[in-house]
Ligand binder design. Structure first.
Ligand code: DGL
Length: 269
């Protein structure tokens, strides 16, 4: 592994705007770290695309961020993490973290009964990546997974507390609740924005596992282990790279980030 500079930024990427939930958690947990975020807004959504296509796009994005000399690469997109995490690990000279590993660890910390529910895009759920990550650590865990294809567009529409979103979530979660899970992994970048509604739907006895927060904790721990925390106490720099005109990214992104967004650059591929 090449010598890494603690002053270098962290690279975070996603298929679009959703990974900003991870950026938000990172900004709160690691306030002195600069971040380069890449959102592939021209080609989103990934959650319904083939493994081959996703792996190809993921490689392009990882290489772009590595050119920015990032000290750590974070795959914020559950779909990319589900099917292309190894591709990134194979090409990256810097450490790589992904939301699925982080979410799996957090789910195991949260569950008492070892009955865990996972929701995500169709590609994430069909890949079985969460089941593999959880069973690697706890073979006795019992998983119930549910693809929720409609939740991403509903979040992008801003229907975070809307009767249509509530009915949709109730419908998707019926089979998961029937399995008496005690924790539910929000296995998609968009779902943390639905936390309040989902908690209402599943009731107070089920713990929601937010993989964005889990990711920020794992990143902080890794920087400590590798002695890569930025020693400077200056305001960090945030840059956002997108592949389509940034108007929509800017509007929706501010909702995801909970603050205003500047330094948005368009990458022409
Ligand atoms: N970022 C994706 C995920 O976390 C959701 C959006 C998409 O389908 O591209 O799975």
């Amino acid at each position: 592994m090449t010598e890494l500079d603690p002053r270098s930024p962290i690279g975070v990427f996603d298929s679009g705007v959703g990974g900003l939930t991870v950026v938000r958690a990172l900004m709160e947990r690691l306030p002195f770290e600069s971040i380069h975020y890449f959102g592939d807004t021209a080609r989103v959504p990934y959650g319904v695309k083939s493994v081959q296509t996703i792996a190809h796009y993921t490689t392009q994005i990882a290489e772009f961020l590595l050119e920015k000399r990032v000290k750590l690469l974070i795959i914020a997109c559950n779909t990319m993490a589900a099917v292309a995490a190894q591709v990134v690990r194979d090409l990256s000279p810097t450490p790589v973290l992904d939301v699925i590993d982080a979410g799996a660890l957090a789910a195991l910390a949260a569950t008492r009964s070892r009955r865990i529910g996972v929701i995500g895009t169709p590609t994430t759920i069909n890949s079985n990546a969460y089941a593999r990550a959880i069973h690697r650590i706890e073979p006795e865990a019992r998983l119930t997974s549910q693809a929720c294809a409609l939740l991403v567009p509903l979040v992008e529409e801003g229907w975070l507390d809307h009767p249509v979103t509530r009915m949709t979530a109730q419908e998707y979660l019926k089979p998961v609740l029937a399995e008496q899970v005690d924790s539910l992994v929000l296995g998609c970048t968009h779902y943390p924005l639905l936390k309040a509604l989902l908690q209402d739907v599943v009731g107070p006895d089920i713990t929601l596992v937010d993989s964005a927060v889990a990711m920020a904790e794992q990143a902080a721990a890794l920087l400590t282990d590798l002695k890569l925390h930025n020693p400077e106490r200056l305001p960090p720099e945030y840059h956002f790279w997108v592949t389509d005109v940034p108007l929509r990214f800017q509007t929706i992104g501010e909702r995801f980030l909970g603050r205003s967004l500047s330094n948005v650059h368009v990458v022409q591929w």
